[in-house]
Write a protein that binds this ligand. Structure first.
Ligand SMILES: [Zn+2]
Ligand SMILES: [Zn+2]
Length: 435
């Protein structure tokens, strides 16, 4: 025999993860809460493609951001077009808003989404290269009440998941007042340039704001007493910011004024915020999501000047916290009846009995691959069903079914013809909804 070359099993791409069946209940729960919030606040679902023209992200996220400089999954397609897998969801959403003329609808247009994003990040930092974002965007209104409501939606999403958070909030000003601050900040960081990390040294001239959210501890110390944007806001921006905070007070949202929140994307203006866990514990990745206003983005991408604000949450990080804190989420499936069989003839009978039970909308489950009754009952027990219906050799001969109450082990024999109504009656007596 010719020795077969051993085939190497394929592995995941670095930084990407499977969401296995055992984790799906967390994801389903997230989707459920997201959908419920979208209903409560009247947001409509939008799904945009995972790939867009590279320039969309260069123009929106910004040329000198880490995302565009280092982290984009970009390639040339066969037609020579420069394509990028979306690193975030807002740019595509705004592109769609412009392209489909949503500006002509009553404003603000309220949209929500959930989908995978891609960033070629360092996986050792616990970040994934494909990760899911879910969020809300309100496009077409600059009123501070919208900011507060959007902040509230992210806050509520977390609190509904039993992850109480604190909102870290800042204002980044507008095109009028931002340049003044940047100048002051530039002077400050230039004076400290020698002590900054290599990344920050580069950032100083290109985008001094980014120095503020550098993760290096040495940089954090240096910028601890950097000038703060809120001290340089123009009157309009200050009024807007104060008003947002008043609404947050009204909603009794826990927040912290935090001048280091800059979000690392160029399109943010005025309000910007992040959610950190109230009890971050040993979790180093306290930030579960964030967002802000992006009043200039629609125009930057070719639309009419249109103010907007949004929030996005990181699904993986939330799931990780749910698991870390051992928060119970609803199981995906709960069955009431297990159909167990012994022998070839019984199996034949059971395959149609199964369909009959399904036709009556009963929550029924089986394992026709198994032979022994004992093993099947063990599985029934694990699945937490209320009754097992058993057809063995004796039941075949008598044309009956054994109904076993899984809670107390009591068994009763009923006629095969009456088994569906008999089991329904018993479920009803236990006040288990059968539809
Ligand atoms: Zn301003
Ligand atoms: Zn740094």
């Amino acid at each position: 025999m010719v020795p077969q070359k051993e085939k190497k099993a394929f592995k995941l791409i670095k930084g990407m993860k499977d969401i296995m069946p055992s984790d799906q209940k967390y994801w389903e729960y997230l989707r459920k809460i997201l959908n419920r919030l979208s209903f409560d606040y009247n947001y409509d679902r939008i799904d945009t493609p995972m790939a867009e023209f590279t320039n969309l992200f260069k123009r929106s996220v910004g040329d000198h951001t880490d995302i565009v400089e280092k982290e984009m999954y970009s390639f040339e397609d066969k037609g020579g077009e420069k394509i990028t897998l979306r690193p975030e969801m807002t740019a595509g959403t705004v592109r769609a808003y412009i392209e489909h003329g949503l500006v002509n609808k009553p404003q603000p247009v309220k949209l929500f989404y959930m989908g995978p994003c891609f960033r070629y990040d360092k996986p050792q930092a616990g970040r994934q290269r494909q990760f899911w974002q879910m969020g809300f965007e309100a496009i077409g209104d600059e009123a501070p009440i919208i900011d507060a409501q959007v902040i509230n939606m992210g806050y509520k999403l977390l609190s509904k998941l039993h992850l109480p958070s604190v909102v870290q909030i800042n204002s980044l000003g507008c095109n009028e007042c931002r340049p003044n601050y940047h100048e002051v900040l530039l002077d400050f960081v230039k004076a400290k340039k020698k002590q900054l990390c290599e990344d920050c040294k580069r950032r100083v001239n290109k985008n001094p704001l980014r120095v503020l959210d550098c993760k290096e501890e040495s940089c954090q110390e240096i910028i601890a007493d950097a000038p703060q944007q809120v001290d340089y806001l123009c009157d309009d921006c200050r009024t807007h910011f104060v008003s947002v905070l008043e609404y947050l007070d009204e909603l009794e949202i826990v927040y912290n004024l935090n001048s280091k929140i800059v979000r690392g994307l160029d399109y943010y203006t005025r309000t910007c915020f992040e959610y950190t866990l109230q009890d971050a514990g040993e979790s180093r990745q306290g930030v579960l999501g964030g967002g802000g206003r992006y009043d200039g983005l629609v125009e930057e991408l070719g639309g009419r000047p249109t103010p907007a604000v949004g929030v996005a949450m990181g699904a993986e990080r939330i799931v990780k916290e749910l698991k870390r804190l051992d928060i119970k989420v609803p199981e995906l499936k709960q069955y009431d009846i297990f159909v167990a069989q012994l022998g070839k003839e019984a199996r034949k009978k059971c395959i149609s009995l199964y369909e009959e039970l399904l036709a009556d909308d009963l929550k029924v489950v089986e394992n026709f691959s198994k032979d022994g009754i004992k093993g099947q009952l063990e599985q029934a027990n694990k699945l937490g069903v209320v009754y097992a219906l058993i057809i063995g050799q004796k039941e075949m001969v008598d044309n009956t079914v054994l109904i076993r109450d899984m809670e107390n082990g009591i068994q009763e024999t009923v006629d095969f013809a009456k088994v569906v109504s008999a089991v329904k009656k018993r479920l009803k007596a236990k006040e288990i909804e059968t539809v």
